[in-house]
Design a protein around this ligand. Structure first.
Ligand SMILES: Cc1ncc(COP(=O)(O)O)c(C=O)c1O
Length: 454
């Protein structure tokens, strides 16, 4: 029953069925602990913390007087620059008319969902906002589970089965969300899988929303190939500046629409939505984005540098999981890990920990480690957590700036961790204590090798 506060009465879309997320519960708890002066190792935020590149910052300052409304889909010179950038970086044939900019990839995904079909296919686990966005738009979602044994990649037979069930229950799925590199697992789709999914989507006439916001943050040797490469007529590619350049708060995202008349109709629809909701991306940000997409070698070198720092920090946490015997699929991009604690189900149950929500709260309260429960990502596996390496030892701007200076002076991965990441080292110890406690309690205690770096 939804509570009523006269004269505030909530709409169905806004309230019905939307649960208070575990993400919020954890973040509230972290805030309480911080306010009480308690220590927290924050592995729950997924935000790149490194400084704004000086050239991009200068461009923003230089355009502070740009105060007029701009075209809803973006200024023409920016759409041209983004098209060229996608051609050079991702070998995608993109014309400026296919490019749309918006206040973050998140808003553009929402606008696309609003503009397109009804039933939506969403992988499990996947980024926290896809399912709520489908819910807000009253679109039925078909969840397709993925398995750690299969690198959390979509498997065509599972996809086919879920599609058939969906056809019986709801109707024909029309929109298909994919994401690589993936939040929450840090895994990437292999190029053959991308091609196979493109074939599947074409055969089933699915419109693919391909979330590629982490495409410039790869480190596992798997090349990033957009599904638009194989299925341009049925794919929208989402990107932006929140992850590769650490500008999440600037709210700048991109969508590359399909070519041809269908794409033009879609641009028209998204333009209508944009002009009636957010009008345009903040004017100075659009001009600053021109520099970000100019292909300037210094900016490109910086994107690469940030990706390398994220990779070292993420891989250190992955090595920690491996050395502690915590099952975890090896990440290849972004800054996330998705370990499973299922093998300690019994000692965890003895501690009153039955779900991954319980587990995230328990780790926070007993070991001062903040993570997010797999449930926030609609995980199909139990007792999983999403761990982000992005915040630790970079919680303040000063700390993040100092990391960049240190890495420029000495990019050796081991020394970068050992000399500049006291809290990352500490968090590895804390996980070690947690696992040791669980093993002792389950009577399986045994020595683990010492932690090695990278
Ligand atoms: C997979 C994924 N897509 C989209 C976004 C949001 O991007 P933006 O900041 O451009 O809205 C995030 C942010 O965490 C994300 O992890």
């Amino acid at each position: 029953m939804v509570e009523r506060f006269k004269p505030i009465r909530f709409s169905r879309a806004g309230v019905r069925g939307l649960k208070v997320s575990a993400t919020l519960a954890i973040n509230d708890r972290v805030q309480d602990m911080w306010s009480a002066g308690q220590n927290v190792y924050h592995l729950a935020f997924g935000e790149s913390r490194f400084p704004v590149h000086p050239k991009v910052a200068a461009a923003l300052r230089a355009h502070v007087q740009k105060r007029s409304y701009l075209p809803a889909l973006g200024i023409p010179e920016l759409r041209r620059a983004i098209a060229e950038y996608h051609q050079t970086k991702f070998d995608l044939d993109v014309t400026p008319e296919q490019v749309v900019v918006g206040p973050g990839a998140k808003s553009l995904i929402f606008a696309s969902l609003l503009a397109l079909g009804e039933e939506v296919i969403i992988p499990q686990p996947s980024w926290v906002s896809y399912a709520p966005q489908a819910h807000l738009l009253a679109k039925p979602a078909t969840f397709v589970p993925t398995r750690p044994e299969a690198n959390f990649e979509l498997e065509l037979d599972v996809l086919e089965t879920r599609m058939q069930e969906s056809r019986q229950n709801w109707g024909n799925p029309e929109v298909f969300i994919v994401n690589s590199p993936k939040n929450p697992t840090g895994t990437m789709m292999h190029p053959e899988k991308v091609e196979a999914l493109a074939g599947f989507a074409r055969e089933n006439e699915l419109m693919v929303l391909s979330d590629e916001v982490y495409s410039l943050m790869t480190f596992g040797g798997v090349p990033h190939i957009s599904i638009a490469h194989f299925y341009p007529e049925g794919t929208i590619v989402f990107g932006g500046l929140s992850k590769n350049l650490p500008l999440g708060g600037w709210r700048f995202g991109t969508a590359i629409l399909p070519p041809g008349t269908g794409g033009r109709a879609l641009a028209h629809a998204i333009g209508n939505i944009a002009s009636n909701i957010w009008t345009c991306v903040t004017a100075p940000v659009q001009y600053a984005a021109l520099v970000a997409y100019s292909g300037d070698p210094e900016v490109e070198e910086y994107i690469d540098l940030c990706a390398r720092m994220h990779s070292i920090r993420t891989r250190f946490l992955f090595q920690t999981m491996v050395h502690l015997g915590i099952p975890c699929v090896e990440p290849a991009g972004a800054f996330y890990l998705f370990p499973s604690f299922q093998k300690w189900k019994e000692p965890l149950a003895a501690r009153g920990v039955h779900t991954d929500d319980d587990l995230a709260l328990h780790l926070l309260e007993r070991y001062e480690i903040a993570t997010l429960p797999g449930s926030a990502f609609h995980s199909a596996q139990e007792l999983c957590l999403r761990i982000s390496s992005s915040y630790i030892d970079a919680a303040t701007d000063e700390r993040a700036d100092a990391l960049l200076v240190a890495f420029r002076e000495d990019p050796d991965p081991e020394r970068f961790v050992q000399h500049h990441h006291p809290r990352l080292l500490k968090v590895a110890e804390r996980f070690g204590e947690f696992i040791k406690d669980l093993e002792r309690e389950s009577g399986e205690s045994g020595r683990r090798p010492d932690l090695a770096v990278i």
